[in-house]
Ligand binder design. Structure first.
Ligand code: HEC
Ligand code: HEC
Ligand code: HEC
Ligand code: HEC
Ligand code: HEC
Ligand code: HEC
Ligand code: HEC
Ligand code: HEC
Ligand code: HEC
Length: 277
């Protein structure tokens, strides 16, 4: 018991000794009440670690002015409600592990979403978020795309056609970082956020468009074919429609040589034949 306590003190002192004024402030203010917040206008600097013995009285701590940095502060950190997350009686240990700690105030994503993103399932909120402050919105540790690419390889070779929103690496335009309705963490109708809404354009929708399975025909991130198709048009259509049945129809005589899309819309039409006007 005693050895553990001494270890904690030793650890804390050596940690404070070695860190920057800002970190030092953060730690110090944890032990001393009333230390001014450096992110607003001034910072208090411990002259040496022996001042730790001043716990409870902070009169002797020097204060200097520092430029105000543009941090976005987490609300409970800004209001200095440190004890909403830390237990002062236990050397500042967290009251609960993440995500339970975060779920004290935030929605529990495992309830919100039918499918939850890997690192959220494992409660690793801190893989992506800072607990106190960040220069990025949503308290992110890195810009979104860098976060995603750190764990997910995006190996699109140069000659591939890359979907514009992917090449600009705005992953969260389509994927929710926490979860979604399906395993790909997508919201329904996500493509219609930027593209023509086929549901309002066509009276009748083509089967896979009706089910919003755009990816059965389009490589959403990238592809080698025009219009981000996963295969050349006719090969694509004949992957689902039996060629013998198709080419036995009188209206299809000679159609092998044409692209299916020279007569049919791949997305929908005014009736079930999906014919272009
Ligand atoms: C929203 C919850 C939350 C609030 C509020 C909060 N902290 Fe923290 N704090 C954390 C988490 C999470 C960690 C990371 C702990 C870990 O990685 O084990 C942490 C780590 C720390 C550390 C360890 C060093 C570091 O920066 O990583 C110190 C010191 C600290 N907090 C001080 C404070 C002080 C002082 C306040 C109030 C001004 C505060 N915290 C408010 C959640 C919080
Ligand atoms: C004591 C309550 C409390 C706890 C605990 C807490 N938060 Fe927050 N958090 C807030 C409040 C209040 C806001 C601001 C209002 C809002 O956006 O909901 C906020 C905002 C946020 C934001 C959005 C910030 C922005 O700029 O848009 C993120 C991200 C966030 N919290 C992550 C976390 C994570 C991760 C944890 C766990 C380590 C956590 N919070 C724990 C109260 C809390
Ligand atoms: C894979 C990275 C990642 C993980 C893990 C993660 N988040 Fe986020 N979180 C984000 C991103 C990115 C945003 C910004 C979303 C946006 O801009 O649309 C965000 C936004 C938020 C917000 C702001 C409001 C909102 O819903 O957009 C809160 C609160 C939040 N996260 C809490 C959490 C909590 C709590 C956990 C752990 C259970 C967690 N996050 C885990 C990446 C992550
Ligand atoms: C800390 C590592 C980590 C980070 C950061 C991360 N992911 Fe993930 N992601 C995972 C893990 C683990 C899985 C689940 C395992 C799997 O299915 O590949 C997963 C699964 C996914 C899936 C589903 C994959 C599938 O095949 O079902 C998508 C989509 C996804 N992540 C997108 C993102 C996006 C977008 C971001 C950035 C906001 C991101 N990820 C950031 C680790 C991460
Ligand atoms: C235009 C919307 C869109 C954007 C932007 C987008 N994705 Fe996806 N992503 C999808 C769709 C749809 C799927 C599932 C079907 C498929 O594979 O095409 C998917 C599948 C995935 C998967 C699982 C399958 C695989 O390919 O491994 C991962 C991981 C993933 N995306 C990560 C990312 C990352 C990282 C980014 C940012 C660089 C990103 N996505 C940007 C729409 C998008
Ligand atoms: C954030 C906006 C955005 C979202 C969401 C989005 N796209 Fe795109 N998409 C674009 C942009 C921008 C282009 C390039 C437009 C152009 O060059 O005319 C594009 C191009 C395309 C193209 C190629 C068009 C061509 O003429 O080569 C296809 C196919 C496509 N998107 C399918 C999808 C699918 C499927 C989804 C849903 C998984 C989706 N998009 C979601 C923005 C988006
Ligand atoms: C059955 C296969 C198939 C499905 C499913 C499909 N598409 Fe397409 N899409 C195509 C083909 C083929 C083209 C090329 C059309 C052409 O060249 O005239 C295309 C072209 C596009 C284009 C380029 C602009 C245009 O209209 O020509 C966009 C954007 C697009 N699709 C979006 C989507 C979205 C969003 C979905 C899901 C809601 C979707 N597609 C589902 C086959 C499909
Ligand atoms: C992923 C599978 C899939 C692909 C790829 C596909 N279709 Fe379909 N198609 C369907 C389904 C499912 C239906 C609706 C059920 C049915 O009537 O057979 C359908 C229906 C049709 C119909 C209406 C049939 C009728 O009897 O009313 C036409 C026309 C059609 N598709 C043309 C095409 C063309 C042209 C392409 C290529 C651009 C294509 N399909 C690619 C699955 C597919
Ligand atoms: C020269 C124009 C033309 C071309 C090219 C064409 N079709 Fe058609 N297709 C039609 C017409 C016209 C009908 C409607 C006949 C009717 O009214 O019943 C039709 C009907 C269909 C039907 C529904 C009836 C049936 O036979 O099952 C399907 C499915 C279909 N086409 C698929 C395709 C596919 C796949 C291709 C490409 C390999 C293709 N079509 C190429 C003109 C064309």
């Amino acid at each position: 018991m005693k050895a553990k306590y001494i270890y904690y003190i030793f650890f804390t002192i050596s940690f404070i000794w070695s860190c920057s004024p800002k970190q030092s402030y953060t730690i110090k203010s944890f032990f001393f009440d009333g230390v001014p917040n450096p992110f607003l206008e001034e910072v208090a600097i411990l002259e040496d670690s022996s001042q730790l013995s001043l716990a409870g009285t902070n009169n002797d701590i020097a204060t200097v002015m520092v430029p105000k940095e543009e941090f976005i502060l987490h609300e409970p950190y800004k209001t200095r409600d440190c004890s909403s997350c830390h237990d002062r009686n236990q050397m500042g240990k967290l009251k609960l592990p993440t995500p339970n700690l975060c779920n004290l105030c935030h929605e529990d994503f495992t309830i919100t979403f039918p499918v939850v993103h890997g690192p959220v399932v494992s409660g690793s909120c801190s893989q992506c978020h800072e607990p106190h402050q960040s220069k990025l919105k949503s308290l992110l540790k890195q810009p979104t795309q860098e976060l995603c690419i750190a764990c997910h390889e995006t190996h699109f070779s140069e000659e591939n056609r890359i979907h514009k929103s992917v090449s600009e690496k705005i992953c969260t335009e389509c994927h929710d970082p926490h979860g979604g309705k399906d395993r790909f963490l997508l919201e329904s109708g996500i493509c219609y956020k930027c593209h023509t809404d086929f549901e309002s354009k066509f009276k009748i929708l083509h089967g896979p468009v009706y089910t919003q399975s755009c990816f059965l025909c389009h490589g959403t991130h990238a592809s080698k074919t025009e219009k981000l198709l996963i295969k050349p048009v006719n090969e694509l259509c004949l992957g689902c429609h039996e060629s013998n049945a198709i080419f036995s129809g009188s209206y299809h005589i000679g159609a092998e040589k044409a692209e299916c899309t020279s007569c049919h819309s791949p997305h929908g039409g005014s009736d079930f034949k999906l014919l272009l006007n």
